[in-house]
Design a protein around this ligand. Structure first.
Ligand code: NAD
Ligand code: MG
Length: 386
């Protein structure tokens, strides 16, 4: 029996994780849950999974939840402090990190520093402070298991092989909702249109990141730190069908890949129960039914965000944290109708151009760059909205 905590339990990854817990009640026990402000959904989860402690980062929502759960034996905490407390609760062995954005950095680090193994979906903290997170994981003797489907595929394709024999990591990308849209139409794309992802049903932020290809830019940075491989050995290939989840090429030119239907429960379950594979009652991949798989190169002209991801890694230091923060601000502004789709890349570009990068030696270095970049990007949003 493994005792787990889920950070971001009301989201897409969080609910998929709880679906796995429901299927294997003899393997997992939920000790703690956290969310941002969805007290209704968290109440349902409390009644079903009976955690001993939960936290909402929104204090008003936490007060509402306390009233809803008056008769239940659950401790309800609030704010960032509350999230950190749940992340580091003594009985938990594994923390599923599934908050969206940089908001997950402090709780995930708190979990690492309390010696919890991590199943990591929340990629943004790895972009902000990947080296620091890996150093801390080593220091506290914990493992970070990838949940992101591409990184899970690479993790699986590396099993039983020597890292020094790796020639390249090849991340696949679906191309997102706008891959077939012409360059001249991109400025007028609405949020509704950009949210129509062909293969995956995910939270809104990552779905927009998929449409700009920034998701792949963030994943290149994530792969660099998860697998300790320089960015020059990480490549990206468009694969519209999302069947091959990623590949590793070895020095003898052998390639090992992991395949499956696009369903996050497969990589989540692998991260939760590694090295055991849970018998998941899901449809099998039938390649004869799919018939063919297609591949092509990314289009940097229409989708400059992928290149910005690489560039941030080449510059290094606080630049990836800057890229991430500017992206978070720009995506939110786009979703709120404040800016155009193509403004997202422009805002990130300008924020990066204005940034004076320094090394990330402490957590504060990453947080300071994050704050600076948010302020800068907000001012660019305001200027564009005028
Ligand atoms: P989501 O928007 O569906 O859920 C986000 C969760 O985080 C919710 O529980 C929400 O309450 C919580 N949250 C949001 N803002 C918060 C804040 N400021 N403070 C505390 N909690 C907050 O997102 P998602 O699609 O589940 O994605 C979660 C993470 O996993 C992201 O980093 C995403 O890139 C990554 N990921 C998701 C998928 C997927 O299939 N959804 C696949 C790969 C990676
Ligand atoms: Mg992914």
């Amino acid at each position: 029996m493994k005792t787990i905590v889920i950070l971001g339990s009301t989201g897409s990854i969080g609910t998929n994780t709880l679906d796995i817990v429901e299927r294997f009640p003899d393997k997992f026990r939920v000790a703690g849950l956290t969310a941002h402000s969805n007290d209704e959904k968290l109440e349902d989860q409390i009644r079903l999974f009976k955690p001993s402690v939960v936290a909402l980062s929104d204090t008003t929502a936490a007060a509402r939840l306390r009233r809803r759960c008056a008769g239940l034996s659950v401790e309800i905490l609030a704010g960032e402090e509350g999230l950190m407390q749940v992340a580091s609760m003594p009985e938990a062995e594994l923390v599923i990190s599934a908050i969206v954005g940089g908001a997950g950095l402090l709780p995930t680090l708190a979990a690492i520093r309390s010696r919890k193994h991590i199943a990591l979906a929340n990629k943004e903290p790895m972009v902000m402070a990947g080296k620091l997170m890996q150093d801390e994981a080593r220091r506290y003797g914990v493992r970070i298991f990838p949940v992101d489907s591409e990184h899970s595929a690479i993790f699986q394709s590396l099993e039983g092989h020597r890292l020094e024999d790796v020639r390249r990591l090849i991340l696949t990308a679906s191309g997102g909702a706008l891959w077939t849209i012409g360059r001249e139409e991109l400025p007028d794309v609405t949020p509704e249109r950009a949210l129509q992802h062909p293969n995956w049903k995910m939270g809104t932020k990552i779905t927009i990141d998929s449409a700009t290809l920034m998701n792949k830019g963030l994943e290149v940075v994530e792969a660099r730190w998860l697998f300790d491989i320089p960015e020059s050995q990480i490549e990206v290939m468009i694969h519209r069908e999302s069947i091959i989840h990623s590949l590793v090429e070895y020095q003898d030119r052998s390639m090992i890949a992991q395949l499956g239907l696009p369903d996050m429960r497969t990589p989540i379950s692998y991260a939760m129960q590694y090295p055991e594979r849970l018998s998941m009652d899901l449809p099998s991949l039938d390649l004869t039914e799919i018939g063919q798989l297609t591949f092509c190169k990314p289009d940097h002209d229409r989708f400059p965000c992928l290149g910005l991801g690489y560039e941030s890694l080449r510059i290094g230091g606080t630049m990836p944290a800057t890229l991430n923060a500017a992206n978070e601000v720009a995506v939110e502004a786009f979703l709120n109708g404040g800016i155009r789709f193509t403004n997202i890349a422009e805002i990130i570009r300008s924020t990066m151009d204005d940034h004076n990068p320094k090394d990330v030696e402490t957590l504060e270095d990453a947080l300071e760059a994050d704050r600076w970049a948010r302020e800068k990007a907000e001012s660019l949003v305001v200027a564009l909205a005028r």
